[in-house]
Structures are given as structure tokens and as C-alpha cells.
Design a protein around this ligand. Structure first.
Ligand SMILES: [Zn+2]
Length: 385
């Protein structure tokens, strides 16, 4: 019933001048940082080097697999394929995510070209732009945040109908998260291209014909490179190559899903819902601060490897800023939030974020889970049942 109400209404944020004051001051402070340091909000040399490293890493691993050196040793071959999966997500983290937000370059065509890296690693960049864009707009809002849609396999918010299988969701999470990327590569793009008429809060969507061509072309290229050519040219048995192909997507899929989900679904975040008129009574930046948490912000290696996804609050508020700047501008966000008396959430390590993610999933496995929709003065942490 709730789902129907949301899908029929155009959801919008309805703020107040008082709430808007925070984002005005924050924007001014962030702009001052870039002005005073005379730097661009887009990619720096370090990022361009990282993008080169990501593609070189992919080419090196792929060449190693195709050289047939690993084929005699099944374990090494599967490790090789798994590393190719990590090369796939390294490309996604280092350049695709920023480019779908037009954050890498002021030139639109450069962002569009780099975003096509997603097609290269087997998933539609066009669809990613649409779906990720809707996730950004409606983060943690049941019914229109597409990252919460799991066909009932998980209950990520208290507004989703409870099913008996959810009792075990905190236990089966590693298995299903591991399957997420494989499902994306094989089914998800086709399902959204052919089986859905809306994405998030965009209704009756019509995809450009050119994107259908690109979808089939890029899927064909991905399957040819990663499966058909190894089957033709490697001396390893076909079933081992098939296991290898599946393993491209397992550990990397688990990593990908955990990195994103731990920033929104955890002990401390909220799950706002629009009212009968479709209004979310909040300013978007405040909504982000209530629905998103950072983790491992001070880990330089972690931040480098996962393209700043761990510094996620500032990313949602200013997605047009390239992730290389997040470690420097997040203290500005924290200071400004403090001055306004607004809570900023972070976990010092990934371990903490993961434990809190599991804690929330375990909590939501109860049919009667009580989770706040909005932050109140005393609701900085959720009272677990
Ligand atoms: Zn994003």
C-alpha cells in the first residue's frame, strides 16, 4: 500500500529557509577551500595516474590469463580470474563512479567516455547513470531508492514488508552479496531495459534506441573477452574456465555490495518517508546526513582503493566534486555541521561499519523492528530491540 502511494506521487524535498541556511554556509565554505587553494573540483594528476593504473592492471591480469601460464594450476587460474574481477571494480571505483556524476572533467565528453568503462566491465553505464542518479536523489527512501530493491530477498528498511526468510538475512548476506555482481552482469541490465517502466521516481521511462545497441554490443564484447576467448584459446578444461568466469564476479561482487551498503544501512541511519502529498520535510543535505555514514575516512590506502566511496556523506551532498578531494573537504563538512548542531556519522574502521550493517540487518529481521524515520534530538543511535 505504502509502495503504491509513493510510486503514484512525485516525491520532492520541502525545506525551510532555516534548514537551507546550513547548505548555503557549507557550499560557501567548500567553495572557499577550492578558491583559496586554487585547485579544480575535478580530477588531479594523481587520479589520472590511478585511472591508467586501473586499466593497466586489467590488461596485465587478462594477458596473464590468456598467456595460458595459469591453466595447469586450477587454483592459480581461479585466483587470476578473481583478480580480473577486482580489476573490474577498481576501474569502476577509480573512474566510472565519478564520471557518471560528471566529476572527473569539466568536459562532458570526457566523463561520458570514462563512464563507458562500466560497459567495458560488463554492465550498462547508461543504466548506472539513471539508477545511481535516482539512488542519490532518494537515498534510503523506500519505494524510490533503487538500491533498496532486492525482490524481497532482503529487508533493508522497516517499511518493506517482512517475510519469514528475513529472519536469517544477517546470516545469508555474504552469499547473496557475492551473487550481486553476477546477477547484474547476466540479468539486471536486461530486466531494467525490458521489464521495468520506471526507475526510482522517474515514471514511464523510454530508453534511447542507441542504448539498446550499446547494451548488446558491450555485453557481447564482455562475454567474448572474458568467456569465449578463454574457452577457445586456453588449454584448461571448459568447466574450470566456467568456474573461473563465475569467480570473476564473486569476491569482487561481495566487496562492491558491502562498500556501498555499509554507508547507508547501519545502526545510526534513518529511513524517511514522504507524506501523503509526496513531500519529504527536509533539506536534501540534512537528509543525507541522517541517512549516510562514512567509514575508514583516515585510511589513505582504503580510500585510494575504493575510490572514496567510504567518504560518502560529502559525496552525496556534492557528487560533482571528484573523490580525490573528499579527505580534505570532509573536515569542513564536519566543522560546519558542528556549528549548526547537526550530527555527522562515521565509523573509524570498515570492521565497525560492517558490524553495524549486520546489526541493522539483524534488527530488521524482526517483524516489529522499530527504526526511526527521522532524526530527533535524542535519536542519534537507534534503540535496538
Ligand atoms: Zn554516487
Amino acid at each position: 500500500m505504502l509502495q503504491k502511494t509513493i510510486s503514484e506521487k512525485r516525491v520532492k524535498f520541502r525545506s525551510t529557509p532555516q534548514k537551507d541556511e546550513f547548505i548555503k554556509v557549507l557550499r560557501k565554505n567548500i567553495n572557499n577551500y577550492f578558491k583559496e587553494n586554487n585547485i579544480s573540483k575535478h580530477a588531479n594528476t594523481e587520479l589520472w595516474l590511478k585511472i591508467a593504473v586501473a586499466y593497466l592492471f586489467w590488461i596485465s591480469i587478462y594477458s596473464l590469463i590468456m598467456s595460458d601460464w595459469l591453466s595447469d594450476n586450477p587454483i592459480l587460474l581461479i585466483v587470476g580470474f578473481s583478480l580480473l574481477g577486482f580489476a573490474n571494480i577498481f576501474i569502476t571505483f577509480s573512474s566510472v563512479h565519478d564520471s557518471v556524476h560528471d566529476a572527473i572533467s569539466p568536459k562532458k565528453w570526457v566523463n561520458q567516455l570514462l563512464a563507458r568503462g562500466m560497459d567495458f566491465v560488463g554492465a550498462s553505464s547508461y543504466l548506472l547513470r539513471q539508477m545511481h542518479g535516482e539512488h542519490h536523489k532518494w537515498v534510503n527512501i523506500h519505494g524510490i531508492d533503487v538500491t533498496l530493491e532486492t525482490h524481497g530477498l532482503f529487508r533493508f528498511t522497516p517499511h518493506q514488508p517482512w517475510k519469514p526468510l528475513h529472519k536469517f538475512q544477517h546470516i545469508y548476506i555474504p552469499f547473496l552479496y557475492s551473487m550481486a555482481q553476477l546477477q547484474w552482469i547476466i540479468f539486471k541490465d536486461f530486466k531494467w531495459f525490458f521489464g521495468e517502466s520506471h526507475i526510482g521516481n522517474i515514471k514511464n521511462i523510454k530508453h534511447p534506441i542507441s542504448e539498446y545497441f550499446i547494451l548488446f554490443l558491450s555485453k557481447g564484447l564482455y562475454y567474448t573477452l572474458t568467456l569465449v576467448l578463454p574457452l577457445i584459446f586456453l588449454s584448461a578444461s571448459w568447466w574450470l574456465i566456467l568456474i573461473g568466469w563465475v569467480s570473476i564476479h564473486i569476491l569482487s561482487g561481495l566487496t562492491f555490495a558491502l562498500v556501498f551498503q555499509c554507508t547507508h544501512i547501519c545502526d545510526g541511519t534513518t529511513y524517511p518517508m514522504p507524506d501523503e502529498e509526496g513531500n519529504i520535510e527536509n533539506n536534501y543535505a540534512l537528509h543525507v546526513l541522517a541517512t549516510t555514514a562514512d567509514f575508514s575516512r583516515e585510511s589513505r590506502i582504503g580510500t585510494w582503493l575504493i575510490g572514496g566511496i567510504n567518504i560518502h556523506v560529502i559525496h552525496h551532498i556534492f557528487p560533482e566534486i571528484c573523490h580525490v578531494h573528499y579527505p580534505k573537504i570532509t573536515p569542513i563538512l564536519i566543522q560546519t555541521a558542528k556549528e549548526f548542531g547537526i550530527e555527522y556519522m562515521e565509523f573509524k574502521t570498515f570492521g565497525q561499519a560492517f558490524r553495524n550493517h549486520i546489526k541493522m540487518l539483524r534488527h530488521l529481521s524482526n517483524r516489529e523492528a522499530n527504526v526511526p524515520m527521522y532524526k530527533t534530538e535524542n535519536a542519534s543511535t537507534i534503540q535496538m530491540a
